[in-house]
Write a protein that binds this ligand. Structure first.
Ligand code: SAM
Ligand code: SF4
Length: 316
């Protein structure tokens, strides 16, 4: 399905819950309000939405949150989505802690890919960012995912000035023979926008510090990352620059929030409420077509226009 700017829309990112077992300082404002169960899409509703989405061109689905692995029924959801003919890939983005107990079941359910968010490899800094959680739990989860047979796990690291910018070399070192790493620029979103402005660290600064990084050919035009590599390193380093380098012209995604709002763009407050019609295929199809046709050409972050919903409420 193509939008008005000739972009093929084939990727749906679904936030399966607003809740999280972490409380990262750049993502979750303190004292987050808990939603009523009835306001959140049921697992069967998400399944049906995925079926209709697949009939309208969606091929890849990523489950995120909040923390997707705290959502009850996540394994059966993955399994059901995997059984939809048109869907070629089901992935999750996770903070990794629950992988220790769930990795084998996730593999058995048919999960194809894992992106793991890791913002520091220093125990104290990790505790500060996550407001009190232990790095060792994430490492345990990562080990279990590898043991369960997940390959090509990508590490996503948000660049945070004066918090983790002194670890850039350590993260780049992981690309030597362990993981693909992607540095993400901190985005001003929701009530943590002020923190983002105070702690913004440009991905271009990474290139200045490491001029030996070689730009790689872009094999996936819809990926928001530009890829680099150090000579003799096995894996790539991705730079995701929503602020300093707009990648909207290749955007292929829609988003669905945990409370059932279909969003044509992460950085726009435009949303279509599909909670009440989640089991009505005809109306759902109309909503998908409408979301695709309303997809903005680009975001307006550089004009200082920020959205109101926080990242944990949209699904990063
Ligand atoms: N809990 C899961 C996790 O942390 O991977 C999934 C949800 S989290 C919102 C998804 C991704 O969004 C994480 O990699 C997180 O670092 C990123 N994120 C959250 N707030 C962000 C912000 N303001 N700017 C850039 N990335 C952000
Ligand atoms: Fe939770 Fe992920 Fe947000 Fe951290 S970044 S608070 S782990 S949703």
């Amino acid at each position: 399905m193509r939008d008005d700017f000739n972009r093929e829309i084939s990727y749906l990112r679904i936030s399966v819950t607003d809740l999280c077992n972490f409380n990262c300082e750049y993502c979750m404002p303190e004292g987050i309000e808990k939603k009523d169960h009835s306001d959140i899409l049921r697992i069967e509703e998400i399944e049906n939405i995925c079926k209709v989405a697949a009939r309208n061109g969606i091929k890849k689905i990523r489950l995120t949150g909040g923390e997707p692995l705290v959502r009850k029924g996540i394994l059966s959801l993955i399994n059901k989505i995997k059984s939809i003919d048109e869907i070629t890939e089901v992935a999750i983005t996770t903070n990794g802690v629950l992988l220790d107990e769930m990795a084998k079941d996730l593999k058995a359910a048919g999960l194809d890919r894992i992106n793991l968010s890791l913002d520091s490899m220093d125990e104290n800094v990790f505790r500060k960012i996550t407001r009190g959680h232990e790095l060792s739990e994430v490492y345990k989860g990562l080990e279990s995912a590898l043991d369960a047979g997940f390959e090509n796990i990508k590490i996503n690291t948000v660049l945070i000035n004066k918090v983790n910018d002194n670890e850039i070399a350590d993260f780049i070192a992981l690309t030597k023979n362990k993981y693909e790493v992607r540095f993400i620029e901190l985005m001003p979103i929701g009530s943590t926008a002020r923190y983002a402005k105070e702690h913004f660290f440009s991905a271009d600064e990474v290139l200045k510090r490491y001029p030996q990084l070689e730009l790689q050919e872009n094999t996936d035009k819809s990926s928001p990352a530009a890829y680099y590599k150090l000579p003799n390193h096995k894996y790539r380093l991705g730079l995701i620059r929503p602020i300093t380098c707009n990648f909207c012209s290749n955007c292929n995604r829609l988003r669905l929030t945990a409370d059932g709002k279909l969003k044509p763009c992460l950085h726009s407050d435009m949303e279509i409420d599909i909670k009440k019609i989640a089991c009505n295929d005809e109306l759902l199809e109309k909503s998908f077509l409408s979301a695709i046709s309303q997809k903005p050409e680009k975001h307006h972050l550089d004009d200082g226009k920020y959205i109101i919903r926080g990242m944990s409420k949209i699904g990063g």
